[in-house]
Design a protein around this ligand. Sequence first.
Ligand code: NAD
Length: 442
Amino acid sequence: MSLSRRTFLATPAGFGMAAGGQAFAANDHIQIATIGLGRRGLSDSQLALTIPGVQIVGACDLYTGSLLHAKEIWGESFFTTRDYREILSRKDVDAVIIATPDHWHARIAIDALKAGKDVYLEKPMIHDIDQGRPLIEAQQETGRILQIGSQFTSSIEYQKARDILRSAAIGKLTLVEAFVDRNTSLGATRYSIPPDASPETCDWDRFLGSAPKRPFDKVRFFWWRHYWDYGTGQAGDLYVHLLTSIHFMLDSLGPVRVTSTGGVRFWKDGREVPDVFLALYDFPQSDHHPEFNAILRLNYASGCKTDTLGFRFYGSEGVLTIQDGVSLTKTPREARPGYTVGGFPKAVRERFLAEYHRKYPDAPVSVESMRPEEEIVYKAPPAYNLVLHHIQNFFESVRNRKRPVQDAVFGLRAAGPALLANKSYLDHEICRWDPTNMAPAM
Ligand SMILES: NC(=O)c1ccc[n+]([C@@H]2O[C@H](COP(=O)([O-])OP(=O)(O)OC[C@H]3O[C@@H](n4cnc5c(N)ncnc54)[C@H](O)[C@@H]3O)[C@@H](O)[C@H]2O)c1
């Protein structure tokens, strides 16, 4: 249905595409399959299926229960496998969603691109920094569409924030704060482990892949985020979102330096990765903004009522906050500086005040003398779903062969410095990053 009815178009200018890169006619179906049908893979797939013309033809997972569940949803004859290469060899699969644990991302994505599939790859795009280049090269060499799944670059709220920041509404940007506060067991990524978990229902050897061999452990299989061999800590899980968003809103290529600290403060459940994690990043000047520092923090036992992810952009004339909408508070600079003359001897005090009043004559108190105070809140419509928007953007790129909103280069610019925060934490050192060449720097 999909391949045979495709229209073959020329390569769009400025976007490398391999010979034979296809576009879809408006009413062609796009057939997808999902690799890693856990919590995210399932929800991404279900969102994709709300987009007209998108159909799912198969799924791959290593837990038998996920595959049984797929058949419950999509029918007994729905194609399922434990071997993702069986998905990639299918001619009727146009695009794949990859939502496995992080240590499988780069390998499966490169294999998928080389098999001619377009790819929606969940963040973080890599588990190790040196996997970034090969993935970028695979995207460039194959000309396939590869979009990374940090949804914030598609958000209309974040686009609004970017416009406000570019307009200099907060004056000169001086500091950025980005935070994730959680206080629930699910927030601390303690997801339910199915009671039938066993070496029979979980393909442990495949799960390990290139990670060190060890005996079956259902906690590692289902709580993989808590272990460095498979996950990337809070940096890969959430700092990637924070950095992606900062890069997007401030038109930045990325930071030049990071130092981080933290620890397992509350969730002492065997996890290796910290549940409180703090990082300081130095960002260089960009086209639209001066150099600035960013404080990133994450707390999984924050004592807060609700789990939140947010930002505060501080400027010389206001603050832009993103948390439950985008809120701009403008504080015009004072017309006259204050003074502290109480401790001066009388003659000095009088001399100071005479000079002061000459420089800043008393303004009459009038309607005109009132200082405007403003707080404007922008909110997306209640039904707005930024993840769906991000997935829609992917399928638009698949249809039109246009550059995706978040390609592998964008992905590495966020994942690289995020993973460096882990190195800083583990090695107790300041780490440097070259945002132009996208590589650790000396
Ligand atoms: N964009 C976001 O906001 C967001 C939110 C949640 C998760 N994610 C990302 O999605 C990915 C999955 O997270 P999750 O919470 O769904 O995890 P999960 O553990 O619920 O699901 C992962 C699934 O992958 C399967 N799997 C493991 N190795 C595999 C392999 N080699 N081949 C095929 N399947 C394999 C597992 O059996 C499991 O069902 C992670 O990389 C995570 O960072 C992104």
